[in-house]
Design a protein around this ligand. Structure first.
Ligand SMILES: [Zn+2]
Length: 343
């Protein structure tokens, strides 16, 4: 089914009250949304699923305020621990990674509308002007297509063999290839390529940087934004050996707790597909560390009476059909269209 047809069907369903009916049917389930970055529409748009424009973000928050009971993470965790009921149509707003634009662009919108949210930080990269590997790769591919700059191994493995010349498609193929590599190999290759090109010249580079500790502190003090852990360096848990669990899971919780002056007890899994990117042994370890719950990327609402606390479902929203003004209400009400696997 193409995008146009999907939009027409979604518009018809909404005009018939389909989204309202779904919200009523699923009123006892808890909605958890996942965002990543938010950029100003007045700046250069970011052609990636993971970055959403501020006008769409504002519209979605207003929709959530109008139709859901938005919880803070503190209230969510308290109810979860107590085994208490959740208000009808409860919703929780989360961000993964810790992009600087969460502070620059999303935070003012959250304040304007008085909406609480939680940001899961890649803790070791905070305050270091770091970019995550997939964003670095995006800038390298963009540069390659613009200037013909050599991309070394990427060039040989992707461009010549696949003959992909469109940035979006090239990025999709490249991320899939990189996800098959070990973290060490992936980082080594990207660091070598980054050293050859000055990515900071790209206007998107600033958008892809992660936030500072000052940003974290200011948002936390506002009482509107809470924080959780998204590992130390964005490692997918399935790739860790047991000796690395502490460094990626336990230590960042302690670091963040110390920074905030309060125990941190929430975690989100990079990549996050249950039984593929993490397993029950990881859930057990999180529990032993003192985490009270953890969030996956499985696209579904949460039935709080049956679901596991360490594999909570979330619905990712981004810069594609998931933000269409008719597909968004249907998707978050429980009509989970094709799931995304972005991290
Ligand atoms: Zn992530």
């Amino acid at each position: 089914m193409n995008e146009g047809v999907k939009k027409i069907i979604a518009k018809s369903l909404c005009s018939l009250g389909g989204d309202a009916a779904l919200r009523t049917i699923n009123k006892h389930k808890v909605l958890v949304l996942t965002y990543h970055g938010v950029y100003r529409r007045s700046q250069a748009p970011i052609p990636l699923f993971t970055h959403l424009s501020d006008d769409l973000f504002r519209w979605q928050l207003q929709f959530l305020k109008d139709h859901y009971h938005i919880l803070s993470m503190t209230e969510f965790v308290a109810r979860l621990k107590a085994g208490a009921d959740f208000p009808e149509r409860s919703a929780l707003i989360t961000f993964d990674d810790g992009f600087r634009n969460n502070y620059d662009v999303a935070f003012p919108v959250l304040k304007e509308l008085g909406v609480p949210a939680t940001i899961f930080l890649t803790v070791d990269f905070i305050g270091k002007l770091k970019m995550l590997w997939f964003d670095k790769l995006f800038l390298l591919l963009k540069r390659y297509l613009r200037t013909g700059t050599s991309l070394g191994q990427i060039h040989h493995q992707l461009v010549e063999q696949k003959e992909v010349t469109n940035l979006h498609d090239l990025y999709e193929v490249a991320t899939a290839l990189y996800k098959t590599m070990s973290d060490a190999e992936k980082n080594e290759r990207l660091d070598a390529l980054t050293a050859e090109s000055d990515l900071s010249e790209d206007p998107l580079a600033a958008q892809f940087m992660l936030m500072s500790w000052e940003n974290v502190t200011e948002m936390f003090k506002s009482g509107l934004v809470d924080f959780g852990v998204h590992t130390a360096t964005h490692r997918i848990l399935r790739g860790l050996v047991a000796e690395e669990y502490s460094r990626e899971i336990d230590v960042p919780r302690k670091t963040l707790s110390k920074r905030l002056g309060r125990e941190v007890s929430t975690f989100s899994y990079p990549n996050g597909i249950p039984d593929r990117d993490f397993f029950t042994e990881h859930e057990d370890y999180l529990k032993r560390c003192g985490y009270s719950c953890a969030f996956s990327t499985r696209v579904a609402l949460n039935d709080m009476t049956t679901g596991g606390r360490y594999r909570l479902n979330r619905i990712a929203i981004g810069n594609d059909l998931t933000s269409d003004r008719h597909l968004f209400p249907l998707r978050i009400a429980g009509l989970a269209a094709a799931g995304r696997k972005e991290c």
